[in-house]
Design a binder for this molecule. Sequence first.
Ligand code: C5P
Length: 225
Amino acid sequence: MSATHHIPVIAIDGPTASGKGTVAHRVALHLGFHYLDSGALYRLTALSALRSGTELGDEHALAKLAAGLQCSFDGDKILLSHENVTDAIRAEEVGNTASRIAALPAVRQALYGLQLRFRMPPGLVADGRDMGTVIFPHAQLKVFLTASVEARAQRRYKQLIDKGFSANMHDLLKDLMERDARDANRAIAPLKPAEGAYLLDTSDMTADRAVEQVLRWYAVAKKHA
Ligand code: C5P
């Protein structure tokens, strides 16, 4: 058993734009826990690959990039080799590239240890696709957030416009469905609810309500721990 197994983890998984980032971040703030946005690690690897012109079929070179990521999380800021790339990694091209390289086993393996290191006292809220199934299978609480594809496309549209990117609803819907299919059908760590995960459909739910629900489940899980 690892030296960190006693540190509580809340694993929140779900498809693109299901609201898991917002919910996980707020739950972490509420509990005073650390927060891991695991998708950002795949996005940072994708951004590095795009910038360096690395061939997206070259698994070995991509895994090397992932293993050598010089990144840090400073509050809400995400830095890559000291450059603030918080907004740059949210671009659709980066997200799509992230989803392609996330299907490569060597890339996932290269990011595995880095993700475990986020488990620090007093606790961690981790969001992604495989937090409850692969990275933290013994998490105290596992949640699978979903929302209709239309609700998610609307949210992504708003996020992109707010960040100053241009966006087209038709293309977003298409990208989202392609990415969902790729994430759910890949051979390694496919997107699916972990065993014992609570399902939460946020299509018609405010972020506040979703946060309250997760906190309520966590309070129960803590009692039974
Ligand atoms: O969550 P986000 O959209 O930032 O993630 C970008 C991509 O990274 C996802 O489409 C998915 O393919 C990949 N990812 C993953 N496993 C995670 C988190 C993200 O495969 N734990």
